[in-house]
Design a binder for this molecule. Structure first.
Ligand code: MEV
Length: 440
């Protein structure tokens, strides 16, 4: 029987591994072997990774791939992508190549501001609270100067602090709603530090505000935290070309193809069941670049899906139209990213990914990530409205199935060649593999 363990975090790595393998796995010796197999041979590099999180046992590999030939605002990029799903990198590369000869991707930043709130309870007269807020606003900003001075020097800092009455939603609930410019930093630590200082100033100043009653002087801060909802930190990426140049697919005439693409987007606009899958495909591209560059993909996911539902129904993040013979396909995305701080200087592969991307600023990285999302969506829709997704997807997945079956290199070569002309469903691959080995 497994019993709770005390002081697990204080055990050595070897003891932690031993404990988990013995208590939770069927074959402890084999489990220990697997965990250790993924250790890096370079002890210093391993230690660096061990210290990123707590209770580290080993490393969890994800492939790091490259999608080349992305022409973005007339500059050529090769985009690093970290993802476990086959066919995503191939799809991105295919889209990049397709748009390379059609003017490439055009991007622009819509906004770069982020928000955070001090959430507090005030039991009293709102007018007096407003008076109080006006009287302390400059003190609020002044008290955070030790935290903001470097950011301000570089052109960022606090953009505004507002008092918000939220009592219609929740009794006695108010906020300091704060707006920040964090430049190339994702800014979570900066924003949270500022907010915690705002909270201190707010509660301290309330205690001696002359017009407040005794009860009003007790401003109760519940919490101070950044918001991952970033509707004012957004980017746009677009591709367009004359309809008659959309001639890559022999099964459809260019105009029919363009109209089907527009229709596919319209369906994702109208139908949440489709919109979720449509946007998931976009996030295949977005997350892969976010991960490769060491950014917080949970924050990005949360923000993107909130944005997709901003009009009250979950809807497509991409748009498409045909106007005067021009097919235009675009995306608007909220993206809170950083190219300094966090893992960017610590993780050697993150550093390298940023170098491959020509050391972008955070706004430049936003544009690259949005392009990866748009490219992914274009590739997915192109397959969906023509051949169907499985043809390409299963071709890419073929190697995974063959590896699962334990195919040798020469068997793989034979079967990959065979499935160039056949549909690679799972059972078709198993049958062909068994046929090759003369199994019934
Ligand atoms: C698969 O990972 C993503 C797709 O389902 C996206 C889509 O349906 O648009 C292909």
């Amino acid at each position: 029987m497994i019993t709770p363990i005390k002081g697990f975090s204080k055990l050595t790595k070897a003891k932690k591994i031993d404990w988990i393998a013995t208590n939770y796995t069927d074959n402890p010796e084999e489990s220990i072997r697997i965990l250790k197999q993924y250790w890096n041979a370079d002890a210093a590099l391993q230690k660096l990774h061990d210290e990123f999180i707590e209770n580290t046992l080993t490393n969890h590999y994800l492939p790091f791939g490259i999608a080349p030939n992305f022409l973005i605002n007339k500059k050529l990029y090769a985009i690093p992508m970290v993802i476990e799903e086959s066919s995503v990198v191939a799809a991105a590369s295919k889209s990049a190549k397709f748009w390379l000869s059609r003017g490439g991707f055009k991007t622009s930043i819509i906004g770069t501001q982020k928000n955070g709130q001090v959430h507090f309870i005030f039991k009293g007269d709102f007018k007096k609270l407003q008076e109080f807020f006006i009287s302390i606003k400059s003190k609020l900003i002044q008290d955070v100067q030790p935290i903001t001075k470097n950011m301000v020097k570089r052109g960022g800092g606090i953009v505004d602090v507002e008092l918000k009455d939220k009592t219609e939603k929740l009794k006695n609930y108010y906020q300091l709603h704060c707006t920040f410019e964090t430049l190339d930093a994702m800014g979570a630590n900066f924003i949270n530090s500022c907010l915690e200082q705002f909270a201190k100033t707010l509660t301290a100043e309330a205690q001696h505000f002359a017009s407040f009653s005794k009860e009003e002087r007790h401003v109760e801060v519940v919490m101070s935290i950044l918001s991952n909802h970033v509707p004012n930190c957004t980017v746009r990426a677009e591709v367009s070309c004359p309809v008659e140049t959309l001639n890559e697919d022999p099964s459809l005439k260019p105009l029919e193809f363009a109209e089907k693409m527009v229709q596919a987007v319209a369906i994702a606009k109208a139908e949440p069941y489709r919109a979720v899958t449509h946007n998931k495909g976009i996030m295949n591209g977005v997350d892969a670049v976010v991960l490769a560059t060491g950014n917080d993909f949970r924050a990005v996911e949360a923000a993107v899906h909130a944005y997709a539902a901003k009009d009250g129904t979950y809807s497509s993040l991409t748009n498409a139209h045909i106007s005067e013979g021009i097919f235009t396909f675009w995306i608007e995305l909220p993206l809170a990213l950083g190219t300094v701080g966090g893992l960017t200087k610590l993780h050697p592969l993150v550093k390298l990914a940023l170098e491959i991307l020509q050391k972008p600023s955070a706004p430049q990285l936003m544009q690259i990530v949005a392009v990866a999302g748009l490219a992914q969506n274009f590739a997915a829709l192109r397959s969906l409205v023509t051949t169907g997704i499985q043809e390409g997807h299963m071709k890419m997945h073929l190697l995974n199935i063959l590896n699962q079956l334990g195919a040798t290199e020469s068997e793989k070569a034979v079967l990959i060649n065979y499935f160039k002309h056949e549909t690679a469903t799972h059972s078709a691959v198993v049958d062909a593999f068994n046929g090759l080995r003369n199994k019934p």
